[in-house]
Design a protein around this ligand. Structure first.
Ligand code: ZN
Ligand code: ZN
Length: 322
């Protein structure tokens, strides 16, 4: 087997051991021409396997690909997720595209990080500091901490995200008061609003208007709304998710019809983030991220397609010489 990348010298054996890496290890294969490559996670070089290795591995790769999830496909290559290992299969596949599984993996590794011993120690320190802080009158700088089960989650949130989810200017249409900052700990009051087409809109309830109704919100639209909502949901779902919870969330999306339809449905219900629990909250986070994921996958797909063309030409030469 290949030990090091031909192009940059990076060890290929280590890749795949760390779930935290974005692309832990990518293997590309072409069943028809009998070729397989390891794509280096550092330099993205395509390392062609020896004929011997290909012989025994190709049938296994094809079996793995038949059970994998399709993330994206271009004219000639399909990017698949085979339980954490990314496969690039040359040729079209009949699998339906499931971009949200990629984000599911992000939620899964977030759960692993959340549960890791190292982050627990760090958080215990911050929890102690926060406790001292509240005794000497520093309460408030970290949001609404309470010494309950949520403490760990709250301290993790504070460490990872800081205080502020958004800064800008958003007037209330009713009273004219201008919101210039949204604190994360208040982001649970965010409401999804109906918007044109595939656009996103969110509202932050006006604190001045009394009595309050749904028209009295500081409104954010488009890419800004998407960015704030993604951050707010990552903050809410700081504990990540198990595979079972991710499956439940995906079923919620499928029941709604699509990621986009789920967002529209929740907007029609005028849900605030705090009103979403468990699967629906995760389903929304997955759905909101799907657009961004698709944009990224399209870029990656184009790059993989180009890299494959070059690697294939090179492989034809090498195989001819062998
Ligand atoms: Zn490399
Ligand atoms: Zn107002």
């Amino acid at each position: 087997m290949l030990r090091h990348c031909y192009f940059c010298g990076q060890s290929l054996a280590q890749q795949g051991e760390f779930e935290r890496q974005r692309a832990p290890g990518r293997v590309a294969f072409d069943l028809e021409r009998g070729r397989a490559w390891t794509i280096c996670g550092r330099c993205h070089g395509w390392n062609l396997w020896s004929l011997e290795d290909r012989q025994w591995a190709l049938p296994m790769l094809e079996r793995g690909a038949s059970r994998a999830r399709l993330l994206y496909q271009t004219e000639n290559v399909a990017l698949l997720d085979a339980e954490g290992l990314e496969l690039v299969r040359v040729g079209k596949t009949e699998l339906p595209e499931e971009a949200w599984w990629r984000y599911g993996r992000e939620l899964r590794s977030r759960r692993i990080r959340y549960q890791s011993r190292v982050s627990k120690v760090g958080v215990a320190t911050y929890a102690a500091l926060s406790c001292i802080g509240s005794n000497v009158g520093l309460a408030g700088i970290t949001g609404d901490f309470h010494l309950d089960d949520d403490l760990y989650a709250n301290v993790t949130r504070w460490r990872r995200f800081g205080n502020t989810a958004w800064r800008g200017r958003a007037p209330c249409p009713a009273c004219g008061s201008v919101l210039i900052k949204l604190f994360f700990y208040k982001s649970k009051f965010l409401i999804l609003l109906s918007a044109e087409g595939s656009q996103l809109a969110i509202g932050i309830p006006c604190a001045r208007c009394d009595p309050w109704d749904f028209d009295k919100v500081h409104r954010l639209d488009g890419p800004v709304a998407e960015r704030v909502l993604r951050r707010a949901l990552a903050y809410q779902n700081v504990e990540g998710a198990s595979w079972a919870e991710i499956h439940a969330a995906v079923r919620t999306i499928e029941a709604a019809g699509s990621a986009q339809q789920l967002i529209q449905q929740l907007a029609a219900e005028r849900r605030s983030l705090s009103g979403l629990r468990g699967a629906r909250s995760l389903a929304l986070e997955i759905s909101v991220n799907e657009n961004a994921e698709r944009r990224q996958l399209a870029r990656e797909g184009a790059q993989i397609e180009t890299a494959w063309r070059q690697a294939d030409e090179l492989a034809a030469i090498i195989d001819g010489e062998l």
